[in-house]
Design a protein around this ligand. Structure first.
Ligand code: NDP
Length: 241
């Protein structure tokens, strides 16, 4: 029987590419989305994955959707915590709402989704948890205290959970993408994009498929000795120790 992977935010952008790649790898894929049902339908039609609506910042909703996914497809082998949002603003003007939305969607979501799957993974002695962090969680970013804190938090979460789960056949890793060519980045003004690309040593934006390829590797059997790691995929823009 094929392994089951859950990809949060799996219907658009980087998550879409991850869902597609894991499906091509032979996994059953459940792609979770927040509210864009049209994009979810397009994703389901194009790549043939099951889609589920769930607000990943809502712990009860996550528990319920995972219960539904497991009853539809069986136990979860791979969890990709990818859903994320930005609500940028200089800290001296940031509202509690901007702070809270970003922390709950980008960081609380990792607890909300991982907690309901972890005991099943422990019982079956296999699991792959991959958390999509960001270059801005590694280096900090002007205007993104909320986002940088959440994404750095994901790296700490990854390192701690990796230690707790290692003896149970579960690996926990993070990926820290730099600028990736998604709709959001594509909508930027050309001169802004040009100045961003000028700061990337490889001289181009990353592609969602490149992040998906790394997820595919970390989700596979060959990556069983890699845990607690953060893989930077940023074209050399920030080279972390
Ligand atoms: P997109 O905005 O293209 O897609 C975001 C996805 O997350 C959508 O599927 C969206 O669902 C889902 N989502 C958002 N909020 C929620 C929620 N509350 N509950 C459930 N699902 C939700 O994002 P990207 O593909 O650009 O980014 C994916 C991840 O990669 C994010 O964590 C982002 O922070 C990170 N990242 C992105 C970079 C980039 O350059 N693009 C760089 C570094 C990190 P819906 O379609 O329903 O809105």
């Amino acid at each position: 029987m094929s392994k089951l992977a859950i990809v949060t935010g799996g219907t658009r952008g980087i998550g879409y590419a991850i869902s597609k790649r894991l499906k091509e790898d032979g996994m059953a894929v459940a792609a979770i989305y927040g509210g864009n049902a049209e994009a979810a339908k397009k994703c389901a039609d194009e790549i043939g994955v099951a889609t589920y609506q769930c607000d990943v910042s809502d712990a009860k909703a996550c528990e319920e959707v995972i219960g539904q996914i497991e009853s539809d497809h069986g136990g979860v082998s791979v969890l990709v915590n990818n859903a994320g949002i930005t609500r940028d603003g200089a800290f001296h003007k940031m509202t509690a709402e901007q702070w809270g939305q970003v922390i709950s969607t980008n960081l609380d979501s990792a607890f909300n989704m991982t907690r309901p799957v972890i005991n099943g993974m422990r019982d079956r002695s296999f699991g792959r948890i991959i958390n999509i962090s960001s270059i801005n969680g590694q280096k900090g970013q002007f205007g993104q205290t909320n986002y940088s804190a959440a994404k750095a938090g994901l790296i700490g979460f990854t390192r701690a959970l990796a230690q707790e789960c290692a003896r149970k056949g579960i690996t926990v890793n993070a990926i820290a993408p730099g600028y990736i060519e998604t709709e959001m980045v594509g909508a930027m003004k050309q001169e802004v994009l040009d100045s961003i690309v000028a700061g990337i040593p490889v001289g181009r934006l990353g592609q969602p498929e490149e992040i998906a390829a790394a997820v595919s590797f970390l989700a596979g059997d060959d990556a069983g000795f890699i845990t607690g790691a953060t893989l930077s995929q940023n074209g050399g823009q920030y080279i972390a120790a």
